[in-house]
Design a protein around this ligand. Structure first.
Ligand code: SAM
Ligand code: SF4
Ligand code: SF4
Length: 371
């Protein structure tokens, strides 16, 4: 018998039926879901692999040498990703974010960026093209990413204390190399750079003020993310969530802060500035203040499944359509059918105590659908 990890992959990767092209969805007009939310933002996971093992995302005990990552043939090719992104753009998507796993591990990622940078909205505008990375390969790749047409970048960094950071990424990766990657991205003009810090109570809350002091006045936007109950393997507990209001109170204990207006509908971060002009920070309160009401994000998994919520347990197999006989018009119609039936609002339901719809053990993992 194989000693492969027994993870309910079939369940996690269950399929969502694609409404038939002959369904009731009109072919034209603004695409809104069942709760009136448009589709604006597509996050594309380009690999399910990562060189880090952050305990809140890919804990070592689960994602060990026995874990079966997707074989290369199952991944969407760059041509397939670009074709789908074009169909999404035709249906209203204005922003593409490449993610993973660790997107910079996907070979020749800059080729994909070049292809995506050519896409236009129906109004003829380029799409907002960005990427989220753990920063480990950024020093080496920043220039190539910029040259390929990437506009800006988000780097994840959970603290500045080297020993603590090495424990959090759980592969002993030094913080200095991530900081070098951020400096390289800044030097080539991949800005404005955002730095995402996941805050876990009892693990790295002592890094909130050092991180704020470090990035103040640099033009880099530091964003504090509440530790979320994504996936089925991180052993999430509410006790480990440090609500954004506590993060803000801590920041205010040292720096006077002023609230800013949201820059776009569906913005995940609440924006604040340092009153002395030291720059902007963001608070992403995914747990304590659900923002499902204007959630306009869809996620495309590494193997081409469309997930319409971070907490979904079923995705729609767009790769099957791509590799079958569907033309772009049929793909667009399938997307309209799927999005128009969307009712997802997991965080809102969690806040009101109703989470029965998505049992934790059946949720997809974040590295597979992308953060
Ligand atoms: N590997 C890349 C990185 O870490 O930036 C991209 C993929 S990662 C899944 C995307 C984002 O999700 C990262 O900013 C990461 O910190 C965040 N993330 C992962 N698990 C999380 C969790 N349980 N709660 C909150 N954020 C999480
Ligand atoms: Fe890898 Fe990013 Fe997940 Fe950390 S958060 S394990 S870097 S995919
Ligand atoms: Fe969007 Fe789902 Fe997150 Fe709500 S829980 S904000 S619907 S991804």
């Amino acid at each position: 018998m194989s000693d492969a990890k027994v993870i309910p992959i079939a369940d996690q990767r269950g399929l969502l039926a694609i409404p038939s092209a002959a369904g009731p969805t009109p072919e034209h007009g603004p695409l809104l879901d069942a709760l009136g939310r448009p589709l604006r933002d597509l996050r594309i996971s380009v690999t399910d692999r990562c060189n880090f093992r952050c305990s809140y995302c890919m804990p070592k005990e689960v994602f060990d040498k026995h874990y079966e990552f997707l074989p290369h043939a199952d991944l969407l090719s760059f041509e397939e990703i670009t074709r789908l992104a074009r169909v999404f753009a035709a249906q209203g998507v204005q922003k593409l974010r490449l993610t993973g796993g660790e997107p910079l591990l996907r070979r020749h990622i800059e080729t994909l960026i070049e292809m995506l940078a050519q896409l236009r909205t129906p109004e003829g505008l380029p799409l907002d093209l960005t990427l989220t990375t753990n920063g480990s390969l950024l020093k080496k790749k920043a220039q190539a990413l910029k040259d390929a047409g990437l506009q800006r970048i988000t780097v994840s960094l959970d603290g500045l204390d080297d020993a603590q950071f090495q424990r959090m990424n759980d592969v002993g990766f030094p913080v200095g190399e991530v900081l070098d990657g951020i400096a390289a991205a800044q030097a080539v003009g991949l800005g404005p750079i955002k730095v995402n810090m996941v805050v876990k109570r009892g693990t790295n809350e002592d890094q909130i003020l050092p991180m704020a002091r470090h990035f103040r006045g640099t033009g880099i936007i530091l964003r504090f993310i509440e530790y979320m109950d994504v996936g089925a393997s991180n052993g999430w507990q509410m006790a480990e969530v440090l609500p954004s209001r506590e993060v803000l109170a801590l920041l205010q204990s040292e720096f006077p802060m002023q609230a800013l207006e949201a820059s776009a509908p569906g913005e995940t971060a609440e924006r604040w500035t340092y009153a002395d002009g030291g720059g902007e920070i963001g608070l992403i309160s995914s747990v304590s203040k659900a923002f499902c009401g204007d959630c306009n994000r869809a996620r495309l998994s590494t193997e081409g499944r469309l997930f319409m919520c971070l907490f979904a347990h079923q995705g729609a197999d767009l790769r099957g359509l791509l590799r079958g006989s569907a033309d772009d018009s049929a793909l667009g119609q399938a997307l309209r059918g799927l999005w128009s039936q969307r009712t997802d609002r997991y965080s809102q339901l969690r806040s009101s105590g109703q989470t029965e719809g998505t049992p934790a053990q059946r949720r997809v993992e974040m590295h597979y659908i992308g953060g």
